[in-house]
Each structure stands twice: as structure tokens, then as C-alpha cells.
Design a protein around this ligand. Structure first.
Ligand code: ADP
Ligand code: NI
Length: 237
């Protein structure tokens, strides 16, 4: 098999030429927030999510507000609890996002929808809302929310997911592989969450791609087990 190196971005991610200035300012603000993050949650992650969210939205049979999707994707990790520890910083950042959208003339309805998406995207947030009976009709029906959420989850699985788990483990000082299933490690994260994440996707395209990406991860996890246990040392002949 001939493997070619990465090429240019395969497709553009702008939802609307008309909103170019708003999108450009949003991108600059987010890049400043993500600048110090490790590579599991950096601006490249944001841009992958942004492209996937727009692709999912464009291929969805329903009419979806692409600008809301693009801004939701751009902003989705700026108040992540793992990286922004203080409530006051999260409040300040949310206010800055709202200010930016309003200054560019976005309506209250649309800018508040973006803010709501940002506050609800994480897998851990969904789990908490469901466990506390706070999962609402909005969560079940908002398609713009589903596009952003599915895109974020697609970047957590498959080959990119493997990269990101390793990067996160390096940042957090976790071992890559440990035989102790009770301790935190990169490999444990596949078993605890990533191999099952596909069940939580909500759009038709997102679910289809998640199946493929989960198979890639399952093959990887099986190969890592073989290498760790030296079963690949047993010759076939
Ligand atoms: P969410 O907030 O939606 O649950 P996260 O931001 O926590 O998503 O997780 C995104 C990615 O960060 C995971 O898919 C994984 O790659 C990485 N990650 C998070 N927690 C861990 C962990 N304990 N060990 C390894 N990777 C992790
Ligand atoms: Ni994310």
C-alpha cells in the first residue's frame, strides 16, 4: 500500500461568505483561547470539528442554520472544565462570545442558540444531564446542536481519536498502556468510553462514519493488546 503524506485541507469550512468578518473574529478569539492547550484540544481539533460539523449539516436532509453550526463548533471547547478551571473565567469567556456575536449584528435568538450549544456539547455534560433527568426536548431535537456534538465525538474516535488519547495521556501524565484496569491509562479510556461513543451520535451521517471509525479503534486496541501480551511473537508457521 502506498501512503501519501497529508495534503491541503480537503474542503473549505466557511458556512457563509456574508458572515466572513464575524467568522474571522470568532476564529481569532478561539485561537487565542486554545493557544496554550495540548494537542488533544488545540485549534486543529477545533478546525476538524468545524469542518465535520458543516459537512454533517450540509448533508442533512433538514434545513440547518450553518452559521450557528460553524460558530457552535468554533466555540465548543472554550469553556471546557478540564482546561478552564475557574467559574469566573468560564463566565468571562461566555460573555466575550456573546459580545462578539452581538457586535456583529447576530440576533439574540441565534447567538443564544450558539451559547446553549457551547454549554451542552460535552459527552460528560450529556451523561450528567441524563443521569439527573435534565435531558430536555431541546437536547433531543436541536439539529444544529447534534451536528456540533456528533462532529466533536467523531474527532474523539478513529485514527484521530487514537492520536488525541495519546496526546491527552501525555499531558495528564497517564501511562499509555497499563495491565491494571482500575488505574487511568490511555488504553483504559478506549474501554471506558471511546469504543461505545458511537451509540451516542445523533445524525444519520455521524452514526455511519462513527461505525467506520470505531472499527479502526477496535483493530488498534486488539493490536495493542497483542503487542503488550507478546502474542504477536508467536509465528504463524
Ligand atoms: P467530553 O468533554 O465531550 O467528554 P473530552 O474533552 O473529555 O470530551 O474528551 C475529549 C478527548 O480527550 C477524548 O476523546 C480523549 O481523546 C481525551 N481524553 C479525555 N480524558 C482522557 C483520559 N482520562 N485519558 C486519555 N484521554 C482522555
Ligand atoms: Ni472538542
Amino acid at each position: 500500500m502506498i501512503l501519501t503524506p497529508p495534503s491541503q485541507t480537503p474542503e473549505p469550512y466557511t458556512s457563509s461568505e456574508q458572515d466572513y468578518e464575524l467568522i474571522n473574529d470568532a476564529e481569532t478569539l478561539v485561537a487565542s483561547y486554545m493557544a496554550d492547550n495540548d494537542t488533544s484540544h488545540d485549534m486543529h481539533h477545533i478546525n476538524r470539528v468545524r469542518r465535520m460539523a458543516l459537512r454533517i449539516a450540509r448533508e442533512h436532509p433538514a434545513n440547518i442554520d450553518l452559521l450557528v453550526v460553524e460558530l457552535g463548533a468554533l466555540f465548543h471547547d472554550v469553556v471546557d472544565h478540564k482546561y478552564v478551571m475557574h467559574d469566573s473565567d468560564r463566565t468571562e469567556r461566555l460573555a466575550a462570545l456573546r459580545g462578539l456575536m452581538r457586535n456583529h449584528g447576530m440576533s439574540i435568538d441565534r447567538s443564544e442558540l450558539v451559547a446553549k450549544i457551547v454549554e451542552n456539547t460535552g459527552y460528560s455534560i450529556e451523561k450528567k444531564l441524563r443521569n439527573t433527568n435534565n435531558w430536555s426536548q431541546w437536547h433531543d431535537s436541536c439539529l444544529e446542536y447534534h451536528c456540533v456534538q456528533d462532529a466533536d465525538r467523531l474527532d474523539a474516535i478513529g485514527a484521530m481519536g487514537i492520536f488525541r488519547v495519546s496526546a491527552y495521556a501525555a499531558m495528564a501524565g497517564e501511562p499509555l498502556y497499563s495491565y491494571n484496569s482500575k488505574s487511568i491509562s490511555a488504553i483504559q479510556h478506549f474501554h471506558d468510553k471511546l469504543l461505545y461513543l458511537k451509540e451516542t451520535l445523533k445524525t444519520p451521517l455521524g452514526r455511519e462514519v462513527a461505525e467506520k471509525r470505531t472499527r479502526i479503534m477496535a483493530d488498534f486496541v486488539a493490536a495493542a493488546k497483542e503487542e503488550y501480551e507478546l502474542t504477536d511473537f508467536i509465528c504463524a508457521n
